[in-house]
Design a protein around this ligand. Structure first.
Ligand SMILES: [Zn+2]
Length: 319
């Protein structure tokens, strides 16, 4: 299982050739479900535990299966509804399966919450069963939430926004992007860590994307375009919080999130153009990019591709 996790880690971080690449986010944050602020790719360990638990469910629900009769015979489980335990130590396979009860309880998931015997109906019931099938994915999700109580707020994963952009903003929220100060902290030597756009502050992720005078000017123009009162953000987290709680109409909110995430993404691109290609982009040019990019995202990737560019140009939050 450790080897499998290693392969997955190498894939996410860019392959074994990139051994010395900086790992920007802790692995447990990557496997943590999105509902608790993670990236939600899930761990093999939790998948394995959920799969093992499914065997326990099958043991009690398929009494006529040949394998169940063998297990019941070996471990003398017939007629003992609440027992799963392995009697004979030589049967290590079943022993491992039965141990999953303990493993669940170690992460504060009482086995009774996963499945229990109902005396009144003489049946086993489980909240993880739907349409008669034990849902491994649902249990895995529950296990991961219990295993990783890392919670730094809900992050809106909006369909209309490309995954690479969402992934970038998710990282930026935790200050895990290659800004000058972050690179320096990780031992990369740089001539200067001062922001090249304003030359007046340390280049941190929050500075590039929220507090730099260039970012402030871009947000001012974007808010003007949206017909909203101006806002000064202090961090990427500020932007996410504002966007994900704004207004009462979910459709409009979704559009605003798309526009503001597009703004953050375009500010990052502008920063990279300046550093790596020596191209200086003015605020107006960045805003034009945000407008066309968010238009394309909403039109082609959003659930209601009804944004009219002419309407969008004057009142993007119209719905
Ligand atoms: Zn700056």
């Amino acid at each position: 299982m450790k080897k499998l996790e290693k392969v997955r880690r190498q894939f996410i971080w860019g392959g074994p050739a990139c051994k010395n690449k900086i790992k920007w986010v802790a692995w447990d944050k990557i496997t943590t479900p999105r509902v608790v602020g993670g990236l939600g790719i899930g761990s093999i360990r939790s998948l394995n535990l959920a799969l093992l638990t499914k065997w326990l469910w099958r043991l009690k629900n398929e009494p006529n299966s040949f394998w169940v009769q063998i297990i019941n015979g070996l471990h003398k489980l017939v007629g003992v509804n609440n027992r799963f335990g392995a009697k004979n130590p030589w049967s290590s396979v079943w022993h491992n399966i039965a141990k999953s009860i303990k493993k669940l309880e170690q992460i504060n998931i009482p086995f009774g919450n996963v499945m229990h015997y109902e005396e009144s109906s003489s049946t086993w019931v489980s909240p993880f069963v739907s349409d008669g099938q034990f849902c491994v994915a649902a249990l895995r999700d529950r296990i991961e939430r219990a295993s990783f109580p890392v919670c730094d707020g809900i992050f809106p994963w909006i369909k209309s926004i490309p995954l690479k952009v969402l992934g970038f903003i998710w990282r930026a929220k935790q200050n895990r992007i290659p800004s000058a100060d972050a690179l320096k902290t990780r031992g990369v030597s740089l001539e200067s860590t001062v922001c090249g756009a304003c030359n007046s502050a340390e280049e941190t992720g929050d500075h590039i994307l929220a507090t730099c005078s260039l970012a402030r000017e871009v947000f001012r123009l974007i808010f003007h375009w949206c017909g909203l009162p101006e806002m000064d953000f202090h961090s990427v987290l500020d932007i996410i919080k504002f966007a994900s709680t704004w207004g009462n109409c979910p459709k409009k909110r979704c559009k605003l999130i798309t526009i503001l995430y597009g703004t953050v993404w375009c500010l990052w691109i502008a920063r990279n153009e300046r550093i790596f290609k020596k191209i200086v982009m003015k605020a107006e040019r960045i805003v034009a990019d945000v407008k066309s990019m968010s238009y394309v995202w909403i039109k082609h990737r959003g659930e209601n591709g009804s944004l009219d560019w002419r309407v969008g140009n004057f009142s993007p939050l119209f719905c």
